[in-house]
Ligand binder design. Structure first.
Ligand code: ATP
Length: 503
């Protein structure tokens, strides 16, 4: 049974995964630090992504571009003009909200009403229930769904048209109240740019205004020719990058789901014009399979195809994940056309083209992008892995069933007791394994308690050294998820653990 979101947050802190930033000063809203276990889990997710995207693909290479970029980059990319959130304030409570989120939350409530009707009918009719027939004929469900659809369509249209007055009108017509105070006294809606500004240079007058990058993708676009030429890359090929991005999110909530400083893992795949939709389908499928390979459960993922497309895209889909607060975007796959490279050509005056030897012509490649938030992936993995397991007889245990390949510590080694030479043998095993795996030594408390501690921290294997070990050079190995124990030779440990962690 999944534990609640609150448990995930407190567990993350208790076991050294995530702390609030500058906590002794009461923290900084929507900024977080990764503790001793968090940094390992995050690194392992990043490496798992990198291996799958770069190492096993001959035609995908890596890049590490700077966070600070020439300011014209963000003119060209459209971020200066179009990277905005529509904000609204409540005049009574003085609280600030994202106007689109207020409307989306309202639409979600209507969606929930329809879901309730369906669940009720399911209960009433039992096995005889035909959901498809019910949702296409039940007048209440039809009305709720129609209402939800109309609201979201109108919101999308107003936002695309930049008609902020209509967004306000919509909020008033729906009678949406301030979640904090219940007041319906709203200000006008206005645009707020999400980029963090900073200055280059010491002199106030001559300093240049810069931005902290709001996405890593642009570092790839501006280096397209550098990589293509120096790596003699032939289309189709990809450039992958992981790194920090910054967004001055106004509605920063839900723990590390929406942060102001976060890390992205992006890959831009350059293709022949006209072949982009084929590659878009390819990467949608490949990325979903990557997620499924971690074994968190197929039912936790779904695609959401975008009807409303960003200015640069001709197809876009999200891979959504069932977070503790519902299905939300985890990764985006976007067919970005030649928008970015063309815009950089225009603004820089430099050609960003590829000579295709097979076609015998030059062109600006089209781009298919896969973009995932590392922190969001961290939250997905952490929240699905944390379970409270009923062991019968009124006993239970907290266990973090992380995919072994991602677990911060792979093996914990215990001497059964703190004497008779057992600690020495256990430490010898640690010494031997530490070159291949993250290993932890623990001799405090009874062995059962030590097992529980490692269960909760997510360690997939525990090894216990006892008196027999001194005689026959065997130890007990215990598996986190099954709690099964078996006796194995010390000399086989490396290969047993290694096998379980195969990529
Ligand atoms: P959202 O709609 O949730 O704001 P987005 O559509 O703006 O996300 P993209 O610009 O497509 O997101 O960014 C790609 C990925 O980066 C997202 O799928 C998400 O995993 C991650 N991401 C974006 N913004 C944040 C954030 N503020 N905090 C953490 N991760 C983020």
């Amino acid at each position: 049974q999944d534990t609640t979101f609150k448990n995930v947050i407190s567990h993350a802190k208790e076991y050294g995964y995530i702390f609030s930033s500058s906590e002794i000063y009461d923290g900084l809203n929507a900024v977080y630090d990764y503790g001793q276990n968090g940094v390992e889990l995050k690194k392992n997710i990043r490496e798992y992504w990198w291996k799958s995207m770069v190492q096993i693909h001959q035609n995908i290479v890596g890049l590490d571009a700077a966070i600070l970029m020439h300011p014209t980059t963000w003119k060209a990319s459209g971020h200066v003009d179009a990277f905005n959130d529509p904000l609204i304030d409540n005049k009574d409570s003085k609280k600030r909200y994202r106007a689109d989120v207020l409307v989306e939350d309202y639409a979600e409530k209507i969606h929930q009403k329809a879901e309730k009707e369906i669940a009720k009918a399911k209960k009433r009719f039992g096995d005889a229930f035909n959901e498809e027939e019910f949702v296409t004929t039940n007048p209440r469900v039809l009305r709720y769904r129609q209402e939800q659809k109309e609201i979201l369509e109108r919101l999308a249209k107003s936002l695309t048209d930049g008609d902020l007055a209509d967004v306000k009108l919509l909020i008033e017509e729906l009678g949406i109240a301030c979640p904090a105070s219940g007041s319906k006294n709203w200000t006008d809606v206005r645009q707020f740019n999400l980029m963090f500004g900073t200055k280059l240079g010491a002199d106030a007058e001559t300093a240049t205004d810069l931005y902290l990058r709001p996405e890593t993708a642009q570092g790839i676009f501006v280096n397209f020719l550098n990589v293509q030429k120096s790596g003699r890359m032939k289309i189709p090929f990809g450039i992958a990058q992981t790194g920090k991005a910054f967004r001055n999110e106004i509605v920063a909530r839900q723990f590390i789901f929406r942060m102001r400083e976060f890390e992205q893992m992006e890959m831009q795949f350059f293709v022949r014009p006209g072949e982009e939709l084929k590659w878009y389908e390819h990467w949608k499928e490949t990325r979903l399979n990557w997620h499924l390979s971690l074994g968190l459960g197929k039912e936790n993922y779904r695609f959401h195809d975008h009807e409303k497309l960003a200015h640069y895209a001709n197809a876009a889909a999200d891979i959504e994940f069932d977070f503790p607060f519902g299905f939300k975007e985890l990764e985006g796959i976007h067919s970005r056309t030649d928008f970015d490279l063309k815009a950089h050509e225009e603004h820089s005056g430099k050609k960003l083209q590829f000579f295709d030897p097979e076609l015998g012509e030059n062109y600006v490649p089209y781009v298919v992008e896969t973009s995932i938030g590392l922190d969001r992936m961290f939250l997905a993995v952490l929240s699905k892995s944390l379970v409270e397991e009923d062991l019968g007889n009124g006993n239970s245990r907290t266990v973090l069933k992380l995919p072994s390949i991602l677990a911060p510590t792979k093996v914990a080694v215990f001497p059964l007791v703190k004497k008779d030479g057992l600690p020495e043998l256990a430490e010898q095993i640690v010494e031997d394994l530490k070159w291949d795996f993250n290993v932890l030594y623990d001799e405090k408390d009874a062995v059962g308690k030590r097992y529980r501690r490692q269960d909760a921290a997510g360690t997939p294997f525990c090894i216990t050294v006892d008196h027999d070990s001194l005689e026959d050079q065997t130890v007990t190995i215990r598996h986190r998820d099954s709690m099964e124990q078996s006796r194995v030779n010390i000399s086989d440990l490396k290969s047993i653990i290694g096998k379980a962690l195969d990529f």
